[in-house]
Design a binder for this molecule. Structure first.
Ligand code: 6PG
Length: 490
């Protein structure tokens, strides 16, 4: 048979199937393959019926249907399955052929795999694909990185199937070498964790503080989605709150409060520790999922550990005060979100330096503007900030965001203070505020901390009245010697 297919896709779970159908819609001929080959037949007989999609029952057959250079994309579980398929593919491919990993792989694995695949004369792409099932079908955000020579061969397919924003611009652009694409997708997921946690905190104050029903909160989210918070996650939260169970009661109230996680948020936080970047909000979001998972312990603690009554009856009873407080909650969410994205961009800047990537920050905001889980109107503003100043040190210092936080901060502080007084947990709102206040502090109490380190371990300190880079040790007690330990930072 003529090798006329444009691309092969391995892995027929829902994301893989939808991506194939999306490629087919755009005129590409796709060969579908899956480890358990019955899935190939089922897919061709059902979802792919009436399309040009081809099926293959072995890797050899799949490769034989492809034009050169061959493009093989894997959408399989991150980890071992990716390595196994790479090893199975290599003997069937020829120099210049391209292996693409579209799963949520750890960027360090992608670094390693690119080197390995290139050592066999092949090219490699590790790409983030975001947008869930619907995104894969109708237009995801795609964040490719890897062997630069591979990009011209996949660009047309990826940009055709990706989401489009204003003016038809695709939410897909080359991110950079090695694991850069997977890195940017990882940060996307960390931000996704943060956004979700912020929405949950807003929901919790309205529910436990103001005693609002799911229907009332549905209205609030609908209103928020018409303003600066307009985003996919606010939109689905609005719709979730309106969804009723079979008995007519809100389904959300019947869902057990323990969150799962697959690891990308955790990876973001681990990497931030390695790079020394405070992504405090994403870290709180990951830990909040961990706390939620301690359901049995929390239930036990709830009958033993005391705290204030969380209800806010005076505010709830006054329509004006209530709507003013809901506006404060919106401001707390919005300002915290600005901090979270600022932290995400701080991390990407540090990563670009560390891993020698030339990241385009405005371009990343554009890729996230549509198709992906964190898509929002707000990302358009981030793009504008980086377009007008690509060297911007921190998003918080952009004029537009300085003004936005100025407007939001009284409400934000009121919510964090009220929540603290009423014992309503708002870890993400409050860590964002703490970071904001730390970041705008020209002086922090780390002078005392340095003194403590020098006191007990002779770790030395710098002085405000001496040039930076000179280190001093004091014999604090008169008992220690004058010998300082060496000065190094991790
Ligand atoms: C996306 C999502 C997706 C992620 C899921 C589940 O961009 O489409 O980020 O890639 O895997 O949202 O993540 P958790 O199970 O860790 O919540």
């Amino acid at each position: 048979m003529e090798p006329n297919a444009d691309i092969a896709l391995i892995g027929l779970a829902v994301m893989g199937q939808n991506l194939i159908l999306n490629m087919d819609d755009h005129g590409f001929t796709v060969v579908a393959y899956n480890r358990s080959t019955e899935k190939v037949d089922q897919f061709l007989a059902n979802e792919a019926k009436g399309t040009k999609v081809l099926g293959a029952h072995s890797i050899a057959e799949m490769v034989s249907r492809l034009k050169r250079p061959r493009r093989v994309m894997m959408l399989v579980k991150a980890g071992k399955p990716v390595d196994e398929f790479i090893d199975q593919l290599i003997p069937h491919l020829e120099p210049g052929d391209i292996i693409i990993d579209g799963g949520n792989s750890l960027f360090e694995d992608t670094n390693r795999r690119q080197k390995y695949v290139e050592s066999k004369g092949l090219l490699y792409i590790g790409t983030g694909v975001s947008g869930g099932e619907e995104g894969a079908r109708r237009g995801p955000s795609i964040m490719p990185g890897g062997s630069p020579a591979a990009w011209p061969h996949v660009k047309d397919i990826f940009q055709a199937i990706s989401a489009k924003v204003e003016g038809g611009t695709p939410c897909c652009e080359w991110v950079g070498e090695m694991g850069a694409g997977h890195y940017v997708k990882m940060v996307h997921n960390g931000i996704e964790y943060g956004d979700m946690q912020l929405i949950c905190e807003a929901y919790n104050i309205m529910k436990t503080g103001l005693g609002m029903s799911a229907d009332d909160m549905h209205e609030v989210f609908a209103e928020w989605n018409r303003g600066d918070l307009d985003s996919y996650l606010i939109e689905i939260s609005r719709d979730i709150l309106a969804k009723k169970d079979a008995d007519g009661l809100p389904l959300v109230d019947k869902i057990l409060d323990t969150a799962g996680q697959k690891g990308t948020g955790k990876w973001t936080v681990i990497n931030s520790q390695d790079l020394g970047i405070p992504i405090t909000l994403m870290a709180e979001a990951v830990y909040s999922r961990c706390v939620s998972a301690l359901k049995d312990e929390r239930v036990q603690a709830s009958s033993m550990l005391e705290g204030p009554n969380p209800a806010l009856p005076d505010i709830a009873a006054s329509p004006e005060r209530k709507s003013a407080f809901i506006e404060d909650i919106r401001n707390a969410l919005y300002a915290s979100k600005i901090v979270s994205y600022a932290q995400g961009y701080m991390l990407m800047r540090a990563a670009a330096k560390e891993y020698q990537w030339n990241l385009n920050y405005g371009g990343i905001a554009l890729m996230w503007r549509g198709g992906c889980i964190i898509r929002s109107r707000f990302l358009g503003k981030i793009k504008e900030a980086y377009d007008s100043n690509p060297a911007l040190t921190n998003l918080l210092l952009d004029d537009y965001f300085v003004g936005e936080i100025r407007k939001a901060q009284d409400g934000w502080r009121n919510v964090v203070a009220t929540a603290a007084l009423k014992g309503i947990p708002v870890p993400a709102f409050s860590t964002a505020l703490a970071f904001y206040d730390q970041y705008r502090s020209g002086v922090l109490p780390a002078n005392l901390l340095q003194a403590q380190r020098d006191y007990f371990g002779a770790h030395t300190y710098e002085r405000i009245d001496q040039p930076r880079g000179q280190f001093f040790h004091t014999n604090w007690t008169g008992k220690g010697g004058a010998t300082a330990s060496s000065t190094y930072n991790v």
